[in-house]
Design a protein around this ligand. Structure first.
Ligand code: NAP
Length: 272
């Protein structure tokens, strides 16, 4: 019985997943579920003390959860971390690029603006780490590359141009890289979360449950809603899925297509 999830993808046991951004939010919340599937984890994140505390909280040793401390905003550090993981000599089967930043900023304001740092953390760090890990992934019988996008790249969003464009770039990267790796045995996919409840939204409008009212599934989604789709993509069961951007958003509704707005048409169209 897996205490962290009501399902088990048995082929994941003993596989090694590299993932970024585990100190909080979705990345932190996914750790018990991923460990519960038997995966060994290599976490690329920053904050030595935070990382040590996480291992204590989860009560796992370095063979199950290993940390490489890295500031993903620092391109040279990302490059060095990629090299260090390869030099560690452990087989790597999969990588999940989870870390991202989403500062709000006005497009017309040229400076100060967060374009470089957002693209570095959200996009370029994922490219560099994947490039380093590629030879290891090629050796895996089940190589997997998973990016984390966002429905913001599809829906838009005010004051989020740097973030939305970085996430849109990941969608294109997913499709193009899946083609380029044809025949390698490696699948490349992107998960596009909708509004996932995380600590940082405490006290914001999202916390007021407003977002849930925009979904077909009218409860707040949590990281647990991402675990199943993620494990499917990592597992043999998902081995036929590549080049895909998989939205996990509870079915976000277009306001004009919502049930309330369209109910009037039931009457005018004569099917009420
Ligand atoms: N939550 C949502 O509703 C939602 C919706 C759509 C997409 N997503 C995507 O899901 C992923 C996780 O989001 P989240 O809500 O969990 O975000 P979060 O709560 O802000 O957590 C982000 C994680 O990324 C790490 N990170 C940020 N900058 C870093 C850097 N320079 N170096 C190393 N690590 C860094 C953070 O570590 P530190 O503690 O060191 O900063 C943290 O562990 C992101 O890709 C996000 O775009 C989330």
């Amino acid at each position: 019985m897996n205490a962290a999830a009501p399902f088990q993808f048995h082929d994941l046991a003993g596989k090694t997943l590299v993932l970024t951004g585990v100190t909080r939010g979705i990345g932190r919340a996914l750790l018990p579920g991923l460990l519960g599937q038997g995966l060994n984890l290599i976490a690329v994140s920053r904050g030595r003390e935070k990382l040590a505390a996480i291992r204590r909280e989860l009560d796992v040793d370095e063979s199950r959860l290993r940390f490489f401390e890295c500031d993903l905003a620092d391109a040279a550090a990302v490059d060095a971390t990629g090299r260090a993981i390869v030099a560690a000599g452990v087989p790597v089967d999969a990588v999940l690029h989870n870390a991202a930043i989403d500062p709000r900023h006005e497009f017309g304001k040229i400076a100060p603006a967060p374009w470089d740092v957002v693209w570095q953390v959200n996009l370029k760090s994922a490219v560099t780490l994947t490039q380093h890990l590629l030879p290891l992934l090629r050796r895996s019988p089940q190589g997997r590359i998973i990016f984390t996008g966002s429905i913001v790249s599809e829906l838009g969003g005010s004051y989020m141009t740097a973030y939305a464009s970085s996430k849109g770039a990941l969608n294109g990267l997913t499709r193009a890289l899946a083609h380029e790796l044809q025949g390698s045995g490696i699948t490349v996919n992107c998960i596009l979360p909708g509004a996932i409840q995380v600590e940082k939204e405490a006290g914001t409008i999202e916390a007021e449950n407003v977002l849930a009212a925009w979904q077909s599934v009218t409860r707040r989604l949590t990281a647990a809603d991402l675990l199943g789709p993620l494990c499917l993509l990592l597992s043999q069961a998902g081995g036929g899925i590549s080049g895909q951007c998989l939205t996990v958003d509870g079915g976000v509704l277009h306001p004009l297509m919502s049930r309330d707005v369209q109910t009037a048409r039931l009457k005018t169209d004569g099917y009420a």
